[in-house]
Design a protein around this ligand. Structure first.
Ligand code: PEP
Ligand code: MN
Length: 340
C-alpha cells in the first residue's frame, strides 16, 4: 500500500516536470522566433553553428548525470525545431535531398546589386521552382576600376532573399577570410575559374568545409585541362569534404579572336568528365557563350549530354545588369529550359 502511494506520488512529480518542460520549451520557441526576426532585421546569420555548439558544450562540461549523446540529440532537436518553425524550413534543412534532384538549377544575377534587386529576382525564381540562388559579392573582375561587388553586405542580402523564399545560397569567394566571415550565410561555396589553380585557397576551403561537408562548386579554369580540373577538385576531396560539384563554364581557344562567343562552350567535356568522375557536373551556359540569345539552346544541349544541372545568370532587366549584362536572361526566359 505504502509502495503504491509512493509510485503515484512520484508519477505526479514527473507529470509536473513534464508540464514544466513543455511550457519552458514553448517559451523557448517564442523567444527564439523573436531572436530570428531580430537577426534578420540586422542582417545577422540565423544559423549560428558556433553558438549551438557552445550551448551544448556548456552542459557537456558541467558534471550532470545525463548521457552526453542524449544532451547533444536533445539540443539538436530543439535547434532544428526552432529553425523549422520560423522559416517553414522542413525541406530546406536538407540541402542534400535537393542536390539529389536532377537537374540541379542554380540561377540568379551575376552580382548582388542591391537588396531590392536580389529580393525581386529570388521571389520570381522561387516561383518557378528554382531552389538555388546565385549572386556574386566578391567579384573576380578583370579591371580593378570596375564594380567589385557589395562584399559582406551583398552576401547578407543574398542570404535573406534566399531564406525568405526557401532557397539556398550559392556565392563565390576569392579568399578564405571571406568564407570565414560569411560561413553561415553560404550554402554552396563557389570557387571561380580564376581561382581554380589557387591551391592555397583550395586547401583552406577544403579544411574549412570538411567539418560540415558544405558543398563546394568548383569551376573549370579558363584554360585548364580536364586532368588539371580534376586534380584541383582533389585538393578539396583530400581535405575531407566529398561534396564537390564540378562546373564547366567554357574555355579559352583561338575562336575568341573573331567569335562573338565569350568562351568556347566545352560541351563534350560533359561526356568525358562523366567517364572520369562520379562527382556531379554542372554546366554554365552564361559564361560559356556570353550571349543571352544562345543561353537556352546551349543549356538544353548540356542537359541532353547528361549534365547534372546548370548555373544560369538571370536578371529582371538584363540590359541594366551591372556586370555581364549581355549574357543575362529573365526568369521568364529561363522557363524555356528543359525540365524546369
Ligand atoms: C561567376 O559565375 O560569377 C563567374 C565569375 O564565373 P567564372 O568563374 O566561371 O568566370
Ligand atoms: Mn558573371
Amino acid at each position: 500500500m505504502e509502495n503504491k502511494l509512493n509510485i503515484e506520488k512520484l508519477r505526479l512529480e514527473i507529470d509536473k516536470i513534464d508540464s514544466d518542460l513543455v511550457s519552458l520549451l514553448t517559451k523557448r520557441k517564442e523567444i527564439s522566433n523573436e531572436l530570428i526576426k531580430n537577426k534578420l532585421l540586422q542582417y545577422l546569420p540565423v544559423l549560428d553553428s558556433n553558438r549551438e555548439e557552445a550551448i551544448i558544450d556548456r552542459f557537456l562540461n558541467s558534471s550532470l548525470d545525463l548521457n552526453p549523446t542524449f544532451i547533444r540529440k536533445f539540443f539538436h532537436l530543439i535547434f532544428e525545431d526552432a529553425k523549422r518553425q520560423y522559416y517553414k524550413l522542413e525541406e530546406l534543412t536538407d540541402i542534400k535531398s535537393y542536390l539529389e534532384r536532377k537537374p540541379i538549377m542554380i540561377a540568379g544575377p551575376c552580382v548582388v546589386e542591391s537588396e531590392f534587386q536580389i529580393n525581386e529576382i529570388a521571389e520570381s525564381l522561387a516561383g518557378i521552382g528554382v531552389k538555388f540562388l546565385r549572386g556574386g559579392s566578391f567579384k573576380p573582375r578583370t579591371s580593378p576600376n570596375t564594380f567589385q561587388g557589395l562584399g559582406d553586405l551583398g552576401v547578407k542580402y543574398l542570404y535573406n532573399a534566399a531564406r525568405a523564399n526557401n532557397m539556398f545560397t550559392v556565392t563565390e569567394i576569392l579568399e578564405a577570410e571571406q568564407l570565414a566571415r560569411n560561413y553561415d550565410f553560404i550554402d554552396i561555396v563557389q570557387i571561380g575559374s580564376r581561382s581554380m589553380t589557387s591551391y592555397g585557397l583550395l586547401k583552406s576551403v577544403g579544411a574549412m568545409t570538411a567539418k560540415d561537408k558544405k558543398t563546394v562548386l568548383l569551376k573549370r579554369g579558363l584554360s585548364a585541362t580536364l586532368s588539371e580540373f580534376l586534380q584541383a577538385a582533389e585538393y578539396i576531396l583530400q581535405a575531407g569534404n566529398p561534396n564537390v560539384i564540378l562546373c564547366l563554364r567554357g574555355i579559352r581557344t583561338f575562336e575568341q579572336i573573331e567569335s562573338t562567343l565569350r568562351f568556347t562552350p566545352d560541351l563534350a567535356s560533359i561526356l568525358e568528365l562523366k567517364e572520369k568522375t562520379n562527382l556531379p557536373i554542372l554546366f554554365d551556359p552564361s559564361h560559356s557563350v556570353g550571349r543571352s540569345d544562345f543561353i537556352i539552346d546551349v543549356s538544353n544541349a548540356a542537359l541532353q549530354l547528361g549534365a547534372d544541372g546548370l548555373i544560369v545568370e538571370t536578371h529582371f532587366k538584363p540590359c541594366e545588369s551591372k556586370v555581364d549584362a549581355k549574357q543575362a536572361i529573365t526568369p521568364q526566359q529561363l522557363l524555356n529550359i528543359l525540365s524546369l
